[in-house]
Design a protein around this ligand. Structure first.
Ligand SMILES: Nc1ncnc2c1ncn2[C@@H]1O[C@H](COP(=O)(O)OP(=O)(O)OP(=O)(O)O)[C@@H](O)[C@H]1O
Ligand SMILES: [Mg+2]
Length: 253
């Protein structure tokens, strides 16, 4: 099972692993936030590549630029300098509409603050992700059942976000990211609100998606145990990537 490719941009993304053609390429990426006269250099010249199917963790202290990197890789914020290419497509020259299409077809996001739509039920949020992805065909009910089971969301899908606990909202956000089988999953602290059991379930799911569906996963985490299941761990500090480490931990079963 491979991620479906609804557009030319997405089919480029689901190409086989190839060191010369990484699925994510960040080159000398920088971001400075400007609030009036105040400048915050959140990211300072970060370069790295991720191959299709790789599971990469990004770790670093609070404020080191991890979420900034996440937003830039997903084309949600514009870089101050450098470039991001997704499946060989440089995001910078794309129109807003083309960037949005590429993003919706290619990337599943799990946001640090979930970003669920408050007026929709959990199921409504998941269905919306499918609707806007551009995927042809109906929502994959078997995958939805599978995700709901593994994430312990059965019986909670009709509830709105404000009727769910933080951990439940986080798990809905994860189901929403995975329901389209995106080529790339970007997850910002996906286990931040979860207990050990649910955290292990999420990590197993992401690990399995990467191995079995050749999904590329980039997961930001504060938790060294979570990071250790990745193929590689990118360490950040003060807006820079300081070093890259090999992961080593087997996923608990
Ligand atoms: N919109 C913004 N305007 C101004 N500064 C910002 C903005 N967003 C982030 N920053 C600053 O940029 C730096 C990096 O923030 P970022 O959210 O990327 O850190 P992080 O590594 O994700 O931290 P955490 O682990 O706490 O989530 C911080 O100093 C933060 O205060
Ligand atoms: Mg963050």
């Amino acid at each position: 099972m491979r991620p479906e490719a609804p557009s030319a941009a997405a089919s480029a993304v689901s190409a086989p692993p190839d060191a010369a053609n990484p699925i994510i390429l960040a080159r000398d990426l920088s971001k400075t936030y400007r609030n009036g006269k105040l400048e915050v250099p959140a990211l300072r010249g970060v370069s790295f590549t991720v191959q299709a199917g790789e599971f990469v963790a990004v770790v670093g202290p609070s404020g080191s630029g991890k979420s900034t990197l996440f937003h830039l890789l997903g084309g949600l914020t514009q870089a101050t300098g450098g470039s991001v290419s997704i499946g060989g497509t440089d995001l910078a020259p794309l129109s807003d509409a083309a960037r949005t299409r590429l993003r919706r077809a290619t990337i599943g996001f799990v946001f640090q603050r979930f970003n669920l739509l408050p007026t929709l039920s959990a199921l409504g949020n998941i269905e919306l992700a499918h609707e806007i992805s551009g995927l042809k065909g109906p929502l994959d009910r078997a995958l939805l059942d599978h995700l709901a089971d593994l994430l312990g969301l059965r019986g909670r899908l009709e509830h709105r976000p404000n009727e769910l606990s933080g951990g439940e909202q986080q798990r809905v956000a994860i189901a929403r990211a995975l329901i389209t089988r995106p080529a790339i999953v970007l997850a910002d602290e996906p286990t931040g609100n979860l207990d050990t059991k649910n955290s292990d379930a999420v990590l197993q799911m992401l690990r399995a998606s990467s191995r079995e569906l050749n999904q590329t996963v980039l997961m930001i985490t504060h938790n060294p145990e979570a990071a250790a299941i990745a193929d590689r761990i990118l360490h950040m500090r003060d807006g820079e990537m300081t070093h890259i480490e090999q992961g080593h931990r087997e996923v608990p079963v």
